[in-house]
Write a protein that binds this ligand. Structure first.
Ligand code: 3HC
Ligand code: NAI
Length: 721
């Protein structure tokens, strides 16, 4: 069947224009079918303007005598991605017509409403579809109620309608996990009422939706999902089981358990009561710090790729092959990222044995994944076939990008970059994985500093999400845009940092480590500090982290600082530990003791004795320090340094700093990163605490002077974000 040409209506333009809102749905009439197309890019979010426009057009269709049925669909790459997340926390989110009212209006339509679903149908988008009288879906559509990932639950009937349409268990699984499921799989669930029909293909959806809308135009009464039964044969036992499962997984987050409560209510209460219960839970969750944190992270993750002076249409270079210099700890992990993404890698080393060792480690990593069932054997071979090696720079000349991961010495980097400058083809990107050296200086070793950039991966580089992209003074905009896009391709969270000692993450962690040292001198044990910070939610306290990364790394940095910044105050405890040869897990002893082959940190009497002796030597009487003080001093030290970093333009926005800490340093997700956490505490309160810490003679009063940006924001009652 062909769709009859559009006639008549042009959209609810007047009313939308009168309200000064942009057009967010379109209205056309094809024969007897009115087509309302959500048109609010990028994903047809159901913000205030869209809801208003949708209700205007629904009314229009209902008033038009020529219209017998209505199809709602979405323009572009989604049916709908759900409620507009950007509106959350503002009055617009709940302003009438809210989503519940829109859905009620659809249910009450005198003419049948068909949802024609394709590509993405999520959150409020799925709830909207569930309010329609019929649903036809294209195959390949991602269907989800992902609200739980934002610390919420579906708040427009999703917890009440999806169990009725799909069955209690599959619906609860979707609501608690938030994971998308493909439409064709959902269509196979026995007795499901989610989709009345599956279209043959995404391309034929429109035509099939029109034919379907015509075929049901006269059917009355109109079917409503709310009228379907909602039962579970072993309700109480099942929901108890679900609660137990969810409790274990939902650490620090209230939403998943509330999802179970809401679905349980769907099986026990009348539809209207269940809907009210769901709404109450939804509104309460919306104001929790956990949901604010998750919503912040959703936006921050996407904002990280937006660079103020690098527009999205900046031309990018094509990266089809990569060269990696150095097959050590980082070189191997870095290579795996590209192999995983199907990009060929050539590794260069000084000796064949080093290459063999590097390859063996990569194989071992992949084999472990195959053993755990995380990677198919043929995929493993496919990835390995993309890897080649060489001992000669001349073999690298055709690579589109080269990443250097050799020893952390400027002299070595100089030699490597001069060689790269000699051999690499024009237009190739030259990247360094340096963690501490000056990227501008490295760029100056070449005749093409515009092509040089830092790609600071975190160890293990094949696992850690964070990639600090270090923008040198002369780095070309197209180079930056290319590397950011490449970061996305290899599934990293890429965050831009300017050049400074330690970039964003390590520069901040240095202050945090200094505070951890002062805490030991003043009376804490390493275990006490770690426990307080881990209770706050960090994956690992500073001393367990030191033992994992190697305490000698910090030692080397401090030695440099002692000559560069002789006035900077440090606790000597960490140096004394290293002098005892206790570098951490790799030497079997660090801040903690370790049993061979195990990673459990066992508090060490030797270390406690060393700290006590040191206190005596410097004449410090230990005092009892509260967990609250420990956490505040450690977290606010990050915040104050971050404020300097923002002010200097090393990071372009506070949310970038949050992403660095969430994805690279184990900052608790439910707190949303150090900057959001400080915002939530209130910058005025943060500054007050800093002023108090500055009074402590054993601490560093200079450091606790609030960064000017922080002081200014606090005085103005503003926030970082
Ligand atoms: N509201 C507003 N903007 C949204 C959005 C939403 N629900 N979903 C995505 N966007 C925006 C993103 O911010 C991004 O904007 P940008 O281009 O300015 O950075 C753009 O859409 C594209 O997003 P992605 O980069 O994530 O694009 P993908 O194609 O990779 O993924 C997606 C698309 C699957 C829709 C993914 O964005 C996603 O999962 N979105 C979240 C969906 C969601 O959580 N919906 C529930 C909202 S809460 C709700 O509906 C409450 C209700 O129950 C009452
Ligand atoms: P590594 O010592 O494990 O590996 C370095 C490799 O480079 C060795 O295999 C060595 O043979 C090779 N190499 C040295 N000089 C070379 C040259 N001239 N030509 C070719 N190969 C050469 O070191 P790692 O840990 O992999 O570090 C590499 C770089 O990554 C350093 O700049 C380091 O600062 C940085 N980095 C390290 C992190 C870590 O946790 N290890 C984290 C982030 C960055």
């Amino acid at each position: 069947m062909l769709i009859p040409p559009a006639s008549g209506a042009d959209a609810a333009e007047t009313s939308i224009k009168e309200r000064n809102l942009s057009m967010t749905t379109h209205y056309e009439v094809h024969g007897t079918v009115a087509l309302i197309t959500l048109s609010n890019p990028p994903v047809n979010g159901l913000g205030y303007a869209t809801r208003l426009s949708l209700t205007d057009n629904l009314q229009k269709a209902n008033l038009d005598a020529a219209v017998k049925s209505i199809v709602i669909t979405g323009a572009g790459k989604a049916f709908s991605g759900g409620a507009d997340i950007k509106e959350f926390g503002s009055p617009k989110a709940l302003q009438e017509p809210n989503l519940l009212s829109v859905i009620l209006m659809i249910e009450n339509s005198s003419k049948p409403v068909v949802a024609a679903i394709h590509s993405v149908c999520m959150g409020g988008g799925l709830e909207l579809a569930l309010g329609c009288h019929y649903r036809i879906a294209a195959p390949g559509c991602s269907v989800a109620l992902p609200e739980v990932k934002l610390g919420l639950l579906p708040g427009a009937g999703g917890t009440q309608r999806l169990p009725r349409a799909l069955g209690v268990e599959p619906a609860l699984n979707m609501i608690v996990s938030g994971e998308p499921v493909k439409s064709e799989l959902l269509a196979q669930i026995p007795a499901q009422k989610l989709f009345d029909r599956m279209a043959q293909s995404p391309e034929s959806l429109a035509e099939e939706a029109f034919a379907f809308a015509q075929s049901i135009a006269d059917i009355r009464p109109l079917p409503l999902v709310r009228n379907l039964p909602c039962q579970h044969p072993n309700g109480d036992a099942y929901f108890q089981f679900a609660r137990n499962m969810v409790k274990g997984m939902a650490k620090n987050f209230p939403a998943p358990l509330k999802c179970v409560d809401a679905v349980a209510a769907a099986t026990k209460q009348k539809f209207e009561d269940g809907l009210r219960f769901e709404r109450e839970l939804f509104i309460n969750l919306m104001w929790t710090p956990e949901s604010r944190a998750l919503r912040h992270i959703f936006m921050a993750e996407r904002a990280a790729s937006k660079i103020p002076d690098v527009p999205e249409d900046t031309p990018k270079r094509e990266i089809k092959s990569i060269a990696v210099i150095g097959a050590g700890t980082m070189g191997g992990g870095i290579s795996m990222n590209f192999l995983n993404a199907g990009i060929p890698v050539k590794m260069l080393e000084m000796k064949q044995e080093a290459l063999d060792r590097g390859i063996a480690t990569i194989r071992k990593n992949y084999e472990a994944q195959v053993k755990k069932g995380k990677l198919k054997a043929d995929k493993y071979e496919q990835r390995m076939s993309l890897l080649s090696t060489t001992l000669s720079y001349d073999d690298l000349k055709d690579a589109d990008m080269v990443i250097e991961a050799v020893f952390e010495e400027m002299g070595v980097k100089e030699k490597v970059f001069k060689e790269l400058d000699r051999v690499m083809k024009s237009g190739a990107i030259l990247a360094t994985n340096t963690s501490t050296l000056d990227v501008n200086k490295i760029a100056s070793f070449t005749q093409r500093p515009q092509d040089v950039i830092g790609t600071h991966f975190f160890s293990p580089a094949n696992v850690m999400k964070l990639l600090e992209v270090v923008r040198g003074e002369k780095t070309g905009r197209d180079v930056l845009a290319t590397v950011m896009a490449l970061g996305k391709k290899i599934k990293k969270t890429a965050v831009v940092s300017g050049v400074c000692d330690g970039f964003i993450g390590n520069r901040m962690i240095e202050q945090y480590s200094r505070q951890a040292g002062f805490l030991l001198e003043e009376g804490c044990t390493p275990a006490q500090v770690d426990k307080a910070v881990e209770k706050f939610g960090f994956a690992m306290g500073p001393f367990r982290m030191g033992d994992l990364a190697g305490n000698d790394i910090g030692w080397a940095i401090r030695k440099r600082r002692y000559t560069e910044k002789p006035d900077l105050k440090y606790s000597k405890t960490a140096d004394l530990l290293c002098e005892m040869g206790r570098y951490g897990q790799k030497t079997g002893a660090g801040w903690y003791d370790y049993v061979a082959g195990k990673r459990d940190a066992i508090p060490s009497q030797l270390v406690v004795d060393m700290i006590e002796k040191h206190r005596k030597d410097i004449g410090v009487e230990p005092r009892k320090i509260s967990d609250e003080e420990i956490v505040q001093r450690l977290v606010y030290s990050l915040v104050n340094e971050a404020a300097h970093i923002l002010e200097e333009g090393i990071a372009s926005k506070a949310s970038d700093i949050d992403m660095v800490y969430l994805t690279g340093y184990g900052f608790p997700i439910h707190r949303g990163g150090p900057m959001l956490y400080a915002d939530q505490v209130g910058l005025f309160n943060v500054v007050q605490s800093m002023n108090r810490f500055a009074q402590n003679p054993l601490d560093d009063a200079n450091f606790w002077k609030p960064a000017p940006l922080l002081a200014k924001l606090a005085a103005e009652g503003k926030t970082f974000n």
